[in-house]
Design a protein around this ligand. Structure first.
Ligand code: IPM
Ligand code: MG
Length: 362
């Protein structure tokens, strides 16, 4: 029997609440397809600051590096909001992404049919929506130097640097083209080349990489237009590839199209080595501890883990199929509950339980 070691980092806010049931789903799926998961849990983010003084303890990084895959809930919350940038919970997640070389972030925005009414857009605009946003995750303005706040001419000035090198652009572009080849073969690269030099270089490199993928139709779009097009006619997109900050923003927009931020999973992949899987939603401190958070983004992240890190597509299909069927059956957490006929409002654990029951087609 194949044995995989999974490192789970629940983090803060609703992180722990969605992680626990997602791990149950992961274990149930493992049993179904005949593999064994060995799960270790660790600390990252605010809880790691409280318990160890650091948002990314050395132990956490070590365990993450040694695992076959890392699952992460979320980091951050009001309790740690007054800390300086370098000491915040978010630094734990960013440090992990950087240390593990997780440059390729896949954020699929897929609308499950029964949720069309939960979308903030008209149902016909989002019916059958299936977009993949690929976000560069270890470069750009998130990591660029110099950065800081300093005194210039008697006032404080804050600054960050948006920087991308040719090899960083080329490798994320290749991820985009390769995944587009497996889908509808349309890749839209999003930048701000009308203003930024770094975007001009981005556009030039992506265009030159396109020569290796003649079967993929490449287009370019400015980020402001892309944000507008995502809410105007989202189905025009197949795969979007973009930099770190633009991808952060556009993926929240895309998430909302699918009904709720509580539905979107993500995979963060390195050239080689461990992958990290996390929901796109944050820690939702306002609803933490109430058993009302939607666990489906975390559960769908587990499915992505099976597909991309463990090469167990059957387990991924099983989980995704079960999620589709509980939604079809009308189960809804509060975030996707429209009060329509045939809907049943359920809590976090009940939703996960239903997913596991649906493995039997029930
Ligand atoms: C995300 C989050 C993170 C990011 C935060 C928590 C650092 O918003 O994964 O989208 O900005 O990357
Ligand atoms: Mg974000």
């Amino acid at each position: 029997m194949k044995n995989y070691s999974i490192y789970a980092l629940p983090g803060d806010g609703i992180g722990a609440e969605v992680m626990a049931p997602a791990l149950e789903v992961a274990a149930a799926a493992a049993e179904r397809v005949g593999v064994r998961l060995e799960v270790n849990q660790g600390l990252v983010g605010g809880i790691a600051i409280d318990e160890t003084g650091s948002p990314l303890p050395a132990e956490t990084l070590q365990q993450a590096e040694a695992a076959d895959a890392v699952l992460l809930g979320g980091v951050g919350g009001p309790k740690w909001d007054d800390l300086p940038t370098a000491e915040r919970p978010e630094k734990g997640l960013l440090g992990l992404r950087q240390a593990l070389g997780l440059f390729g972030n896949l954020r699929p925005a897929l609308l499950f049919g029964p949720l069309a009414a939960a979308s903030s857009l008209k149902s016909e605009l989002v019916a059958d929506l299936d977009i993949l946003i690929i976000r560069e995750l270890t470069g750009g303005i998130y990591f660029g130097e110099p950065r800081g706040v300093e005194i210039r001419d008697n006032e404080r000035v804050g600054f960050n640097t948006l920087v991308y090198s040719e090899h960083e652009i080329e490798r994320i572009a290749r991820v985009g083209f390769e995944l587009a080849q497996k889908r509808d073969r349309r890749l839209c690269s999003v930048d701000k080349a009308n203003v930024l030099e770094v975007s001009q270089l981005w556009r030039e490199i992506v265009t030159s990489v396109a020569a290796d993928y003649p079967d993929v139709a490449l287009s370019h779009m400015y980020v402001d237009n892309a944000a507008m097009q995502l809410v105007r006619a989202p189905k025009q997109f197949d795969v979007i590839v973009t930099g770190n900050m633009f991808g952060d923003i556009l993926s929240d927009v895309a998430a909302m199209l699918t009904g709720s931020l509580g539905m979107l999973p993500s995979a963060s992949l390195a050239a080689t080595g461990v992958g990290l899987y996390e929901p796109v939603h944050g820690t939702a401190p306002d609803i933490a501890g109430q058993n009302i958070a939607n666990p489906l983004a975390m559960i769908l992240s587990v499915a992505m883990m099976y597909r991309y890190s463990l090469d167990q597509g059957e387990a991924a299909d099983l989980i995704e199929g079960a999620v589709a069927s509980v939604l079809q059956a009308g189960l809804r957490t509060a975030d996707i509950h429209s009060g329509g006929e045939g809907e049943t409002l359920v809590g976090t654990q009940a939703m996960a339980d239903a997913v596991m029951e649906a493995f039997d087609g029930g």
